[in-house]
Design a binder for this molecule. Structure first.
Ligand code: AQP
Length: 328
């Protein structure tokens, strides 16, 4: 049985990008693997967060894990900040990371572009992500396309540590779905769909009301043509909508192209919208039940205990190998 580790930042309302690229795979993987699914609140504060909003978003993401179908009896669901080994190994990994490696990270370049003051945490974030993964000696990491570079760095750091201090860490592998690994913004198909985008029209939140979803998709940018054809280079907007449709309806891209041949964008967008609503409505219903039941705190306590057991043991070994004197 392989070990799987992944997480989502409580940095806004989860989007259908997070669902397709992450959450949905989590629910599939829990049946065959030993899974650890975190809400990465320590990562969320690499950009400023209001305390009250952070609390609400953190609880909301944890509740969405349950609503999407993650079973706390199969997988450990926990908050990153509840397992202190993350922050500690994060620091140790930072000291092994080269500045040049962090400077090459495209996500840092994207998130810091045009900003006057950028927190150092945004820069060193990949070292903390490496710690998250290595603490559990995870074999498989379900990530969207955008996180591949960070995972490469994690592998480099694991190698560096193993070469310098002796064999300790397992080499993690990315696990990516074939289609729809990267869902793009509805208003600009050159940018990925992001929950922290200030323009709420650029994404569909998992908790958007059906009417809001309808409005957002009807306004989603297409092009001046009328052919429903998957060609990301020449038709990025329509291709993105086809990817979303494909994921939500479990249809292949070819099946969708064939279904709407010669019909223009109208019927395609209408069916896409109803498909998204049909998947999200029951999820939202489960979400409301989870939130009102208060069960989330028990789930997070149990998850943190299970996670800490593994993480603390790894951290002890790492510290011993690096030459830290044990407390006697
Ligand atoms: N647009 C996307 N398409 C596919 N997968 C995506 N993911 C995020 N956006 C897309 C995947 O969701 C997981 C959680 O991501 P995260 O919250 O840790 O941070 P992120 O990748 O930076 O996601 P966002 O939504 O863009 O958040 P903000 O706006 O806060 O930066 C990851 O597995 C990611 O690949």
């Amino acid at each position: 049985m392989k070990r799987v580790l992944s997480g989502i930042q409580p940095s806004g309302q989860l989007t259908i990008g997070n669902y397709i690229g992450a959450l949905r795979n989590f629910t599939k993987m829990q049946h065959d693997h030993r899974c650890y699914f975190m809400v990465v609140d320590l990562h969320a504060i690499t950009v400023p967060q209001e305390p009250e909003a952070l609390r609400e978003q953190t609880e909301s993401v944890a509740a969405l894990y349950l609503a999407a179908g993650i079973d706390p009896d199969k997988a450990s669901i926990f908050l990153q900040s509840h397992v202190s080994a993350h922050a500690e190994l994060g620091w140790l990994m930072t000291t092994l990371t080269y500045m040049g490696e962090l400077e090459r990270m495209t996500q840092f370049k994207d998130k810091s572009a045009g900003k006057d003051s950028v927190g150092a945490g945004l820069f060193t974030y990949p070292s903390l992500m490496a710690a998250d993964i290595l603490l559990y000696n995870a074999d498989l990491i379900p990530v969207g396309d955008d996180q591949k570079q960070h995972l490469e760095l994690t592998r480099d750091l694991a190698n560096r540590f193993n070469n310098r201090f002796g064999d300790t860490f397992t080499m993690p592998q990315p696990y990516m779905p074939e289609v729809g690994a990267r869902i793009m913004s509805l208003d600009d198909a050159s940018k990925k769909m992001s929950k922290s985008n200030p323009n709420a029209g650029s994404y569909i939140a998992l908790l958007d009301e059906p009417d809001v979803i309808r409005k957002k998709l009807s306004r989603a940018v297409t092009d001046s043509g009328r052919e429903v054809k998957f060609d990301p280079a020449s038709k990025p907007e329509v291709s993105n909508l086809i990817s979303i449709y494909s994921q939500f309806a479990d249809l292949s891209v070819r099946e969708i192209e064939a279904k709407y041949e010669g019909q223009g964008y109208g019927p395609f967008k209408k069916d896409l919208t109803e498909q998204v609503v049909a998947v999200l409505e029951p999820l939202q219903q489960r979400y409301r039940e989870v939130r009102s039941s208060g069960v989330i705190y028990d789930v997070l306590r149990k998850g943190a205990e299970e996670a800490a057991e593994v993480a603390d043991a790894t951290l002890r070994e790492v510290k011993q190998r690096m030459g830290f004197l044990p407390r006697r």
